[in-house]
Ligand binder design. Sequence first.
Ligand code: 9MR
Length: 331
Amino acid sequence: MSLFKTSIVLVSLLFVCIEAHLRDKAKQKYIGTALAAHALSDPEYNQMAGAEFNSASPENEMKWAALETSRGHYNFGDADKLVAYAQQHDMKMRGHTFLWHRRIPAYAEALHGNKAELEKVVKEHITKVATHFKGKIYAWDVVNEVLNEDGSGNKLRKGLFLDTLGPSYVEEAFRTAHAADPNAKLYINDYGIEGKNKKSDALYELVKEWKAKGVPIHGVGVQAHFREGGVASTLHENLKRFADLGLDVAITELNIRYKLPGSADKKAKQAQDYEKAFSACKTIPRCVGVTVWGFTDKYSNIFDKGYGEQELWDQHYKPKSAVNAVEKELI
Ligand code: 9MR
């Protein structure tokens, strides 16, 4: 190789080495992303996830219907793949999730009204999964989206679990998970509880009750799927009140979508919104980290028609201005 070519190679290598990555600044609080097993075969995705983030959450791979396709038949392949990736890249791994009203396998759904059997399969499922991943999961979303919208009644969402098992199923889920993996931090995770409102007030009361009863709950996760301009103005205050109860708090599924088509102005506002969300966590010691729900628009779950481009990098892995904005808020 000529001296000229050698110098070019060395200079490019130097650039690769000194290029800043988000995780380099996230020392006190992690910065995480949801990971999708299928996307890891995309070399750019594979390289970037571990370079930029020091925590990962399985986007779908640890949901009940993904892991236990029929009663007692488990398929850990994709979830194990994600855990191995996280370990290879020195990332924390969050677990998501044992109980959710979506992605329930048909055999469990069929137990509506059959308390004894449903209790049994829930316990079997949580125990089997928590034991399988024991020691590898930093924090589990034990229950996801179990709150009702207005904090009425027993504050819990109607459906299979509440109807069949009664409200104590949540406490029971925490106890079962704790027995199987005593070192994992156990979270309740939900949407619509980012700011102070009826739903988060209801959660606040529930968490106080559970703590008083000795239920092994250690954290509250706020999902934070926001629309443009929609970052809750009381996000910081709300996270803080849960932290003050002696719990860890985390933003678990952040993204900020805008109405398509995008524009430079929308991207600039999106950057401010991302910054707002990260800064809400920054000054709360017990806010342990922020996870974005995917990092590239190439593999992004769009659930709000007409809205999109919600991740930090675009579909060609080009960083949006939000990346710089977020970097400023990392500690
Ligand atoms: O991003 C996930 C998407 O790929 C799945 O189709 C969907 C249903 O399993 O779940 C999405 O993730 C959700 C998360 O598990 C819980 N909070 C809302 C998330 C976005 O819809």
